[in-house]
Design a binder for this molecule. Structure first.
Ligand SMILES: CC(C)(COP(=O)(O)OP(=O)(O)OC[C@H]1O[C@@H](n2cnc3c(N)ncnc32)[C@H](O)[C@@H]1OP(=O)(O)O)[C@@H](O)C(=O)NCCC(=O)NCCS
Length: 144
């Protein structure tokens, strides 16, 4: 990250998070509860959005939306769940974040569980507020 003409240029786009499936994370069918996964996805995206907003005038970012989530494979007790959030687009106040979730079983085999695209909105005093950040890939030639 660096600043250029009062714009913050984002160079780090990836944030990771992980947890191990504990008994309290299971549904009554004995697999990882979907609501737990959704909460951890939101948390991972929130962590990514928060990092974007360091040293800006915003005081946070809220979840505005997430798209359809298909749970492709169940996770089991003891599996490691890895979440990766990637900043894909920065609007005026919006922050688009793609979150991928995978599980690693006790034999070390890795499979995708689900993924989703989130939109966070940067706020100040509860209202949308421009973050003044841009992705390095979107930086115009005129700022070089
Ligand atoms: C998200 C929120 C701040 C948007 O406020 P708003 O006044 O409707 O926002 P605006 O219409 O001015 O749009 C601001 C930005 O948000 C984006 N946005 C607003 N609602 C959106 C939605 N549902 N999906 C995707 N983007 C959305 C707009 O595209 C715009 O982006 P841009 O600035 O990059 O162009 C407001 O709806 C809110 O506070 N929602 C509750 C958030 C919350 O509590 N989340 C936790 C879950 S309970």
């Amino acid at each position: 990250m660096y600043t250029d003409n009062n714009l913050k240029v984002i160079t780090e786009q990836i944030t990771t998070h992980s947890f191990i499936v504990f008994p309290e994370d299971l549904n009554y069918a004995g697999t990882l509860f979907g609501g737990k996964v959704l909460a951890e996805m939101d948390l991972t995206a929130a962590k990514a959005a928060r990092r974007i907003l360091y040293n800006t005038s915003c005081n946070g970012a809220v979840t505005a939306s997430l798209n359809k989530v298909d749970f492709k494979r169940p996770a089991l007790l003891g599996d490691i769940i890895e979440l990766t959030a990637t900043i894909t687009r920065l609007g005026r106040t919006s922050i688009d974040i793609y979150v991928h979730v995978s599980k690693e079983n006790q034999r070390g085999e890795i499979e995708t569980i689900c993924d989703a695209s989130f939109v966070f909105v940067s706020v100040k005093d509860g209202k949308p507020y421009p973050h003044q950040c841009l992705l390095l890939a979107d930086k115009p030639e005129s700022l070089n």
